[in-house]
Every structure is written in C-alpha cells, then in structure tokens.
Ligand binder design. Structure first.
Ligand SMILES: NC(=O)c1ccc[n+]([C@@H]2O[C@H](COP(=O)([O-])OP(=O)(O)OC[C@H]3O[C@@H](n4cnc5c(N)ncnc54)[C@H](O)[C@@H]3O)[C@@H](O)[C@H]2O)c1
Length: 449
C-alpha cells in the first residue's frame, strides 16, 4: 500500500539523509571542513566542498591534498563518491544540508572577526532553499547562531524564507554544532568524539542529530545553539586557564630548583580530581589562544569582566618572552649574548607532529631573537619554507639538521617525534628545551625553560 499522506519537508529531508540521497555542502575546506567532508563521503553521501580559495579547490579537484594527515588516496576515494570542490555559491541551491566551517580569528583590536561567517552567509543566502538544514561549526561566542546566522539568512535570501524556531515544519532549519578535533591526537577516533548539537527549534535539532549520527557514534543534544556555543568555549577556556597555571608554576619551579614535569607526573597518579596539563613556550593553534577572547568580548555586553581569561592570556602571551630570557641566561653562562649568536630553532608547528603553524609561539620566539640581533635558523620537517602571515613576516627556509656544533644555541620549541634528542644534545653547544623533550638525558648543556 502506498503512503497517501505526503511527507512534511523535514520528514522528506530525514528520509533523504537516512537513504544517503541527501547532498551535503561543506563551506570552508580547511582543517575542520575537509576531514568532515571525507567522513560524510565515507558514509556514502555526495559532498560538495565550497571555498573562496580557488587554489585549494583546484588541488582537491586534482585529487591532491594540502593537509599532511589527509592523503591523496582519501581525496580520490571521496571523488569516486561524488566529492568535488567549488567556489561557486550558486551550487548551494542543490544542497540538502550545508555545514559552515570557516575561520573565526580575532581582529587587530583582539575582538571577534566575524567577517568570514557573515561573508559566507551573505554569499549563500540567495541560494538557500526552504526545507534545508544549515549548521554552523565555527567556534564563536554564545548567541551567534540566533543573533547573526539566522537574521542574515532570513534577511538576505530575498524570498521571505524564515527559520523554523518552534515546532513548525517549514522554512530553514538552523543549528550549531562545535568542532572538537584535536590535531595530531590519534588516541580517539574522530567518530568516537561525541558531537554536541543545539538547534533553533526542535525540528532543526532533530535533523542535525540525524545527519551527525551518520558519522558520529554519539550525539549530545542541548537545549539551544547558545548552550552548544558556550560548551565549546568552556572546553577551550578550561585548557587555556590550566595551561597558564602550569606555565606560571613552571617559572616558579625553575627558581626553586624543582622539575615541574616530575611534579605533574606524580600528581597525575591521583585517580580523581586532577587532569595533567603541560607547560610550554606559549599557546598556539587556531583555538586556544583565540576562542576565550570571543567570550570576553561578548561578556562586555553584560557588564561582565572575564578575569580568568584575561589572566591566563597574560601568562601565556608572556611565555615566549620568558624563553628569550632563559636563552639569554644560557648564553650568558658561556659568556655570549643573544646579539650576534647563531641560534637554531627546532620546530615551527604549534605542537608536535602536525603541519599547522597558526599562532605558533615559535614564530614569536624567532621574531624576538631576530629583534635582539641573533642570526636565526629553523628546522621543521613539516615546513620547507615559512613566509609571512597575519602576525609574522619571516621569509626563511628550512635548515638541515647537520653540523649542530656551528650554532651557539639550539632551541627546542616544538618536540616533533622525529627528532633524535640524544644526538641533538650530544652535538650541540647549548640546548634550550621548552618542552622537556630531553627528559632523561643528563647534560649541563641543557637549559630547561
Ligand atoms: N583546526 C582545528 O583544530 C579546529 C578545532 C576546533 C574548531 N575549529 C574551528 O573551526 C573553524 C574553522 O577552522 P579551520 O581550522 O578549519 O580553519 P582553516 O583556516 O583551516 O579553514 C577555513 C577555510 O575556510 C575558507 N573560507 C574562508 N572564508 C570563506 C567563505 N566566505 N566561503 C568559503 N570558504 C571560506 C578558507 O579559504 C579556508 O580554506 C574555526 O572557527 C575554528 O576556530 C578549528
């Protein structure tokens, strides 16, 4: 017997998702959007990747990858499932679900730069069709989905389409679901990371849950997009504050002659109430140094001052300067100064074994050393060259790891696993170790900081 009642818009979309007929558009083919596209593609969905960077689009359509941990084989397999990339926003019209993964940096005044999100929404709004799901994944302040995303989509679609906020089953279904990736961490499969979702209304929430359940083993539904947005910020602020705490304690421990890493290893044996965080040369990456300030900015609207965030920011931002002080002290012991010294910085990436240097403290350290008159070189297997970015202008080429004795100091800024630390200590005249990478190697040449 055939069903005489036509399906509602959301039921029809749900069926298309369940049968894998739904077409998924992912906007922003970066560290978040590209792996997400491949996950959906692996589940049998035809995925279209949207990006404003024509170079990235060409690379992907040529079956190649620009992210080290994503292989050509994965791109080619996805292409067989219908994956392709485009700069053409008119193709949004053919998508059943659109997931937005564009950058959310800070501007020069340390305030949220929402231009990528608003630019994306303005470009896609005229093409969005009724009965479609739109999810924002970019990290942002609480309120963004309902105060920025929905109004732009409603105002700029030009056809009077509205978001379904209540139980009504018409219009646009809008939700927020934060990305929780931890680059370089292979201990948890992406699929096993629970996916938090907040919807503008129950229909959007239900649809977002259905689509994400195809690629994640567990979804966590919360009562609103703002709760989901705040959840992501809490997670990152928690990391930022705890890293600042150990960074401050490291400085105290050095003065007291105590090894902070030994202390953390001992504290970690407590089976409850303690989670280990490790000190380093400063914060890096697209998330931890930036996201907390999205909340600080929003808090001002409520006459609220986020003191923990500010204090953690102050401690963490100061860490590269502390590294420079310790380097100067190490050179001083050898009757040298930073000025005129040849210094090799090991590791540009903001953490080990990844090819991402956004906000990396290594960049600041190199700039500070140069400002003080050092001749600086770097080695990083992930970066043959480094040019200039939003906050740096280096224009350097990777130096091979030979003849370490020619440098006045070798500064370990990122502890990539491929480095042979025993050899580095053995062959160098002075080693500045910001990561405890030389743990277990006893040598007077090593300065821990
Ligand atoms: N990288 C991570 O580990 C990570 C983890 C969790 C959350 N996030 C969040 O996810 C979001 C994306 O981060 P990412 O690391 O993937 O950034 P990314 O810079 O690697 O990628 C973003 C992509 O979006 C593209 N883009 C910019 N404006 C666009 C537009 N108007 N239309 C289409 N494409 C556009 C860029 O060209 C780029 O390819 C950010 O909000 C970030 O905070 C990132």
């Amino acid at each position: 017997m055939t069903n005489v009642f036509p399906l509602s818009a959301s039921e029809a979309l749900k069926t298309r998702i369940q049968t894998r007929e739904a077409k998924i558009g992912v906007v922003g083919m970066g560290y978040v959007g590209l792996p997400l596209s491949l996950l959906f593609s692996g589940e049998g969905f035809a995925v279209t990747g949207f990006d404003i960077d024509a170079k990235k689009v060409d690379i992907l359509n040529g079956g190649k990858s620009y992210i080290v941990r994503i292989s050509e084989t994965e791109i080619l397999a996805a292409a067989k499932n219908g994956f392709f990339a485009t700069c053409d926003y008119s193709l949004i019209a053919g998508m059943d679900a659109i997931i937005i993964c564009v950058p959310t940096p800070l501007n020069d005044h340390h305030e949220p730069d929402m231009s990528y999100i608003t630019g994306t929404l303005r470009a896609m709004a005229p093409h969005v069709q009724p009965g479609k799901l739109i999810v924002l994944e970019s990290t942002t302040y609480p309120g963004t989905t309902e105060e920025v995303v929905v109004p732009i989509l409603e105002k700029e679609n030009g056809r009077g389409l509205l978001a379904a906020r209540g139980p009504e089953d018409t219009g646009l279904y809008v939700a927020f679901s934060p990305e929780r990736e931890d680059p370089g961490n292979d201990t948890v499969a992406r699929r096993d990371i629970p996916k938090v979702i907040g919807g503008c209304g129950p229909v959007a929430l239900d649809l977002a849950q259905v689509i994400y359940s195809c690629i994640f083993n567990r979804t966590v539904l919360v009562s609103s997009p703002a709760v989901a947005e705040m959840t992501k910020l809490l997670e990152n602020i928690y990391r930022c504050v705890n890293i600042a705490l150990v960074n401050e304690l490291k400085q105290l421990c050095l003065r007291m002659g105590i090894d902070i890493f030994e202390v953390i290893a001992a504290a970690k044996t407590k089976p409850f109430g303690f989670q280990a965080f490790y000190p380093g040369p400063g914060l890096g990456g697209h998330c931890i140094p930036i996201d907390p300030f999205y909340l600080s900015w929003k808090a001002r609207e409520f006459d609220f001052h986020t003191r923990f965030i500010e204090l953690a920011g102050e401690v963490n931002i100061n860490m590269p300067y502390f590294v420079i002080e310790q380097t100067a002290a190490g050179l001083n012991e050898q009757e040298k100064s930073i000025k005129g010294s040849k210094i090799l910085v090991l590791g540009l990436a903001y953490k080990k074994d990844i090819d991402d240097l956004r906000e990396s403290p290594s960049l600041t350290i190199i700039e500070l050393l140069r400002q003080r008159g050092a001749k600086v070189f770097y080695n990083d297997p992930y970066f043959p060259t480094v040019g200039h970015g939003r906050n740096y202008d280096l224009n350097m080429t990777n130096t091979p790891l030979d003849d370490l004795g020619q440098y006045d100091a070798v500064l370990i800024s990122t502890d990539h696993s491929t480095y042979d630390y025993a050899r580095i200590v053995n062959e160098s005249r002075l080693v500045i170790d910001t990561r405890n990478a030389t743990k277990g190697i006893v040598s007077k040449k090593v300065v821990h900081c």
